[in-house]
Ligand binder design. Structure first.
Ligand SMILES: NC(=O)c1ccc[n+]([C@@H]2O[C@H](COP(=O)([O-])OP(=O)(O)OC[C@H]3O[C@@H](n4cnc5c(N)ncnc54)[C@H](O)[C@@H]3O)[C@@H](O)[C@H]2O)c1
Length: 347
């Protein structure tokens, strides 16, 4: 049985714990949040009795094999470094850190300590993206020339997910002082990983970020709302392909839409997670003729939570590890530099 402690008990931690509790070989033994009421409600809701408001105390006192870090982004690096120093295996939420240097430090510390380390790029839970990565690796698409991908949310334009204007759960995501890297760091990080997973390394990026006015003087609930809400990235990959990747929080009626199209000289594929996590469409080229789109059933794939628990139990590292988290973080850093300097940045 893998004994797990959860650090941060907000929205995502609730989702995580529901998934961990379904895994037979995992027991959630403790939780921690700096907000006493929140951790107490979380404990009651999920039947977790050992509760803390201080991560140092939890790490010193609780017998656990692993921790899951589910706090706002700014705390991922310091809390992960403490957990690694305490000899714990770590699953960390995305983005792994606030910059590539911190992410690399986390990756190197985990390697040195010999602990399992994974970052929760949730959309790897789609069997369709795992299947596409295998198709590309087997050369089924031929030379990939072009890509387009998006991750669209609409919660700034409507209230389907509640009133962001009054909720710290949403407001910290809009403020760089609260450690947010805006839409690019929040969900752009997912689509950069999703597109890059089959494509391989990014060679260069050119990025345009935009922050739209919100509220009076761009301030609400004590948060300064200065983080980007829309991002457009044009990318070149080491395999020679080029493409566009874009993301926003203003795309109503989308709630949480991810899509990826890859165009190769032998075949093209499309994943649309609004349609299916486990199916993709493929059109092959036969004798210079395009065949009609065919739907492929991609079966099932273990979730990141299952992969993490299996990795801790077996001692065999799985993906996405912190090194991958750091690679994607370097792409984020390059995007910020590109926007600031108004130039293409090489990786
Ligand atoms: N993988 C995904 O698809 C996905 C989805 C949503 C959120 N996330 C990530 O999960 C993390 C948490 O997001 P959320 O939506 O749950 O936010 P949230 O605001 O709902 O919850 C964060 C919780 O962390 C607590 N906290 C803050 N600092 C802490 C500290 N130092 N120690 C312990 N607890 C602390 C807060 O009190 C709060 O209860 C973020 O990094 C976010 O990017 C990932």
């Amino acid at each position: 049985m893998v004994k797990l402690a959860v650090i941060g008990t907000g929205g995502m931690a609730n989702h995580q714990v529901e998934s961990f509790l379904k895994i037979d070989k995992c027991e959630v033994v403790a939780a921690c949040d700096i907000d006493e009421e929140r951790v107490s409600d979380f404990g009651k809701k999920h039947g977790i009795k050992t509760l803390y408001t201080d991560t140092d105390k939890l790490l010193a006192e609780v017998e656990c094999d692993a921790v899951s870090i589910v706090t706002p982004d700014a705390y991922h690096h310091p809390l992960t470094m403490k957990a690694i120093a305490a000899g714990k295996h770590v699953l960390c939420e995305k983005p792994l850190a606030l910059n590539a240097a911190d992410a690399l430090e986390m990756s190197e510390a985990a390697k040195k300590a010999g602990v399992i380390n994974m970052v929760n790029f949730s959309y790897r839970n789609s069997s369709a993206i795992q299947y596409v990565a295998k198709l590309v690796a087997a050369g089924e698409l031929g030379e990939i020339r072009h890509l387009h991908a998006y991750y669209l949310q609409g919660w700034l334009a409507q209230d389907d997910w509640g009133f962001w204007e009054t909720s710290p759960h949403w407001l910290w995501r809009l403020s760089t002082k609260a450690g947010s890297m805006g839409v690019l760091g929040d969900i752009g990080v997912h689509i950069l990983d999703f597109a890059g997973m089959p494509m391989g390394a990014y060679k260069s990026v050119n990025c345009k970020l935009k922050t739209f006015d919100k509220g009076e003087n761009n301030t609400m609930g004590g948060f300064e709302l200065d983080a980007n809400d829309s991002a457009i990235v044009t990318a070149e990959f080491a395999n020679g392909a080029i493409g566009t990747i874009h993301t926003t929080r203003w795309a109503q009626p989308h709630q949480n839409s991810l899509r990826l199209n890859l165009y190769g000289d032998k075949a093209s594929v499309e994943i649309d997670l609004d349609t299916s996590y486990s199916q993709l469409k493929i059109s092959r080229i036969l004798g210079r003729k395009s065949m009609p789109w065919e739907t492929v059933d991609c079966g099932e794939t273990p979730t990141n939570f299952e992969r993490f628990i299996t990795a801790v139990e077996s001692g065999v590292q799985d993906q996405a590890d912190f090194a991958r988290g750091a690679e994607v973080q370097a792409v984020l850093d390059a995007c910020f530099e590109s926007d600031k300097e108004d130039k293409t940045v090489n990786l």
